[in-house]
Design a protein around this ligand. Structure first.
Ligand code: C5P
Length: 201
């Protein structure tokens, strides 16, 4: 079902991804933003594709290739229910709770980063961590095959989840660069400047 009544999702506002798309467009890039469900307006000057499932997101990402740079900020659900019901699953008195079995969603970042053809020059992922932020991000960089990871500490105390500010550590194969706490717009602008410097040194 495209618009399920009940569903499993990851918590995400989409603010950071939308801010990055807007910043890239402002810097003169041709931008396609593939967005899950968010309560945000489409950023100006950006081609926006709205999707609801991880599989549709992967398809739309592949359709957007070739690109110079691909940035994966979406908090994609790692699993979906196996055999989603066509109709609403009704709650009936006296009935036991339904058993859900899950299957893995495609990993969009890893799929694009490991492409043999049309791999973007720069593949950039995010890592939301609640502990050992830098170490987990370094492991993720290797596992996903991407070039950079923007690691953010999403422990509840940081207020980053759904909030307007973000504290990033930029993890590359060479080093870990701590960025100052700043707004998600400023993180976006800093990332776009960093990308521009990388592409045109
Ligand atoms: O493994 P984890 O979800 O923590 O990795 C985070 C990174 O992987 C993010 O860049 C996210 O956009 C990407 N990701 C993805 N597809 C998934 C799960 C995560 O592209 N199914």
């Amino acid at each position: 079902p495209i618009d399920p009544v009940r569903y499993i999702a990851n918590r995400s506002s989409g603010k950071q991804g939308h801010a990055i798309a807007a910043a890239a467009a402002r810097a003169g890039a041709a931008v396609t933003l593939i967005s899950g469900p968010v309560n945000l307006p489409d950023p100006p000057g950006v081609t926006v594709v709205h999707v609801v499932t991880a599989r549709a997101m992967l398809q739309s990402v592949e359709r957007a290739l070739p690109v110079d740079v691909a940035i994966f900020a979406a908090a994609v659900a790692d699993w979906r229910v196996a055999g989603a019901a066509e109709q609403k699953i009704k709650k009936k008195a006296g009935q036991s709770t339904p058993e859900l079995s899950l299957v893995e969603n495609p990993d969009i970042l890893a799929t694009i980063a490991k492409r043999k053809i049309q791999r973007p020059k720069l593949v950039i992922g995010f890592a939301a961590e609640t502990e050992n932020v830098a170490a987990n991000a370094e492991a993720k960089l290797a596992a996903k095959g991407c070039d950079w990871i923007l690691a953010n500490d999403v422990s509840p105390a940081t207020g980053i989840m759904g909030g307007d500010r973000n504290t990033i550590q930029l993890v590359t194969a060479q080093d870990i660069e701590p960025w100052p706490p700043q707004s998600k717009e400023d993180v976006a602008a800093m990332l776009i400047a960093r990308i521009a410097a990388e592409l045109v040194p």
